[in-house]
Design a protein around this ligand. Sequence first.
Ligand SMILES: [Zn+2]
Length: 102
Amino acid sequence: MFCQKCGAKINDEAVICVKCGCAVSGKSISGVQKDGKNWLVTLLLSLFLGYWGFDRFYLGYIGLGILKLCTFGGCGIWWLIDLILIITNSMVDSDGKPLNKT
Ligand SMILES: [Zn+2]
């Protein structure tokens, strides 16, 4: 990820930017967050490519995406659960942000 203040590339686990020293935890800084991932894109990815975890990759869940890929969408069960979560708008991205329906 990148520092929201100076734009320097920083470690995903870092809590402060090594370049400018500002706090970089996305959850603690309000007002500067980007919009969440697009809901419709997530739905279509989940519907057509969910068996390979593409919806999870898109939302930033790389580990879960790989797991979903390897288990072929949890034999279809995980694929269905994720699809329902997205349809009911209960899915959030890896930063905890709700999906953007606009
Ligand atoms: Zn910085």
